[in-house]
Write a protein that binds this ligand. Structure first.
Ligand code: HEM
Length: 220
């Protein structure tokens, strides 16, 4: 993994993982969701699975806030747990906490996030995979959900809305600058790329499990 002079870590990371991005994007569940073919209950299931992952990810971030590598990525404007709690209340009602369960792949994903919580570079890998995606493809998912379920305002899709970030495009440029400023050596770069590939795979498995329940979720 040799870095060319004009290619920073952010470019390297994107290039090395884009095939796996496609694998996540083109899961059966995701494509059906984008096509408006998933019931509201089926959408709620994905929101529930996100909740367990973000609780773990954001707890790991809080514990690493003072770390020189992870610290710049512990960004309060990105935090999603409160938005997810609100969405879950809309989708499942006041008793949402008793109504949701992590799937087997979600438990595996959460276990991995916890496992790397003492490794700042690993945290960055998981952070990048989720939040940069939420600010990108997440916006496409939001529009599909609004269209399919008739949500208005933040209702049910607060997860995809970052009210404290006025310009997502500018924010993503700044985020990539943070990645480029990390200055990892070749070995650590390789480890982080590998962890990002794993993060994509774990996400894909969560989506694949939802895909297996398609007969339950699919609208006519
Ligand atoms: C509906 C499915 C999806 C669509 C349509 C989609 C679309 C996109 C697009 C167009 C970009 C490029 C944005 C830009 O250059 O600013 C992007 C970036 C990204 N997406 Fe997705 N995506 C989807 C699903 C996912 C999933 C499931 C994940 C992870 C679990 C993910 C993670 C990312 C990440 C990390 C980036 C940033 C790549 C980079 O610039 O380094 N996406 N996505």
């Amino acid at each position: 993994m040799t870095q060319t002079p004009d290619e920073g870590f952010a470019d390297q990371l994107r290039k090395a993982t884009w095939t796996d991005h496609e694998a996540a994007e083109y899961t059966h569940y995701m494509q059906a969701l984008l096509g408006g073919q998933i019931s509201k209950d089926g959408y709620a299931e994905m929101v529930a699975q996100h909740y367990f992952a973000y609780v773990a990810l954001e707890a790991a971030g809080h514990a690493l806030a003072g770390d020189p590598v992870a610290g710049p990525f512990v960004i309060p404007e990105l935090e999603r747990v409160a938005a997810l709690e609100h969405d879950l209340e809309v989708l499942y009602g006041a008793g949402w906490r008793d109504a949701i369960r992590p799937s087997k792949p979600t438990l595996t994903y959460v276990a991995r996030i916890n496992q790397v919580a003492d490794w700042p570079g690993g945290f960055v890998a998981h952070h990048y995979t989720r939040y940069l995606g939420d600010l990108s493809g997440g916006q496409v998912i939001r529009k599909s959900a609004e269209r399919a379920y008739g949500f208005s305002g933040d209702e049910g899709v607060g997860f995809y809305n970052f009210p404290e970030i006025p310009d997502y495009k500018a924010f993503k440029i700044g985020y990539r600058d943070r990645l480029n400023a990390l200055g990892f050596d070749e070995v650590e770069t390789r480890r982080i790329v590998a962890e990002t590939l794993l993060a994509y795979q774990l996400n894909t498995e969560v989506l694949a499990e939802l895909g297996k329940r398609m007969t339950e979720f699919k609208v006519a």
